[in-house]
Ligand binder design. Structure first.
Ligand code: SAH
Length: 226
């Protein structure tokens, strides 16, 4: 399967069944046990990053590009703390939900939201963030995405991805044997060494790292700085 097909599939998924599934997971209503586990794990990733950014004590006015912002789980709290957010997502449904959530909280122009494929983003930002997006793309395509995101980041790039480890590979196989009703898109894992190599080739070095693992959610996060 080539990259274009992956992207079309991902966009269609997040505008349809994926939207319903993830809007609930990234919300606070009732969900099943697996979804609750994923919600908890994802929130941990978001909270870890919020903690890093807050501890730098320079959030007010900081320009941040949140690429693949979903329903705004990260963008909204960052905007509330005074950072200037440009938040985009390939799915218009996800962006629509993010806008609604922001306006319910009284946020008007910040975050600035756009429906946009991250590979078409332009401009310069102090920080570029891309959380839990690369899982939808094979490493070759993810590499191109990282290179592009790096070109937008003056100081810092934060990425998260599902790490390629033996245990996860087994779990994924088992998952593929029992595709349930909440079946998601294909999930690609990435080798950390590959990701670090791309970051270094773009002039970044890894500063802070974190790993979130729950039963059904695995996300390795790297903060890279110039
Ligand atoms: N980063 C958010 C959402 C993660 S879900 C968070 O952590 O809360 C993954 C999101 O990536 C979905 O909303 C999906 O529509 C978006 N996405 C997938 N491929 C994309 C691409 N090529 N460009 C922009 N967004 C993309």
């Amino acid at each position: 399967m080539n990259g274009v097909d992956d992207k079309t599939e991902v966009r269609e998924y997040f505008n349809a069944t994926g939207f319903d599934r993830w809007r609930r997971i990234y919300g606070d209503g009732e969900v099943n046990k697996v979804q609750l586990d994923i919600r908890t794990g994802h929130q941990q990733t978001v909270d870890t990053l919020l903690g890093w950014l807050r501890s730098d004590e320079n959030l007010a006015g900081l320009t941040i590009c949140d690429a693949g912002c979903g329903v705004g789980s990260l963008s909204i709290p960052l905007a509330q703390e005074g950072a200037k957010l440009f938040s985009s997502d390939i799915s218009e449904k996800m962006v629509g939900e993010a806008k609604e959530r922001a306006s319910e909280l009284g946020l008007q122009d910040n975050p600035a939201f756009a429906v946009q494929d991250l590979e078409t983003l332009s401009g310069k930002y102090h920080t570029v963030v891309c959380l839990d997006v690369l899982i939808h793309y094979p490493t070759e395509q993810a590499t191109e995405m990282i290179k592009h995101l790096a070109s937008l980041a003056d100081d810092r790039l934060v990425l998260s991805f599902a790490p390629k480890t033996f245990l996860l590979t087994i779990l994924k196989r088992i998952g593929e044997f029992f595709p349930g009703p909440s079946k998601t898109t294909r999930a690609y894992q990435h080798r950390e060494a590959d990701i670090v190599k791309v970051l270094e080739s773009c002039g970044f070095k890894v500063k802070r790292t974190a790993m979130t693992s729950t039963k059904f959610y695995f996300s390795r996060m790297l903060e890279a700085v110039r």
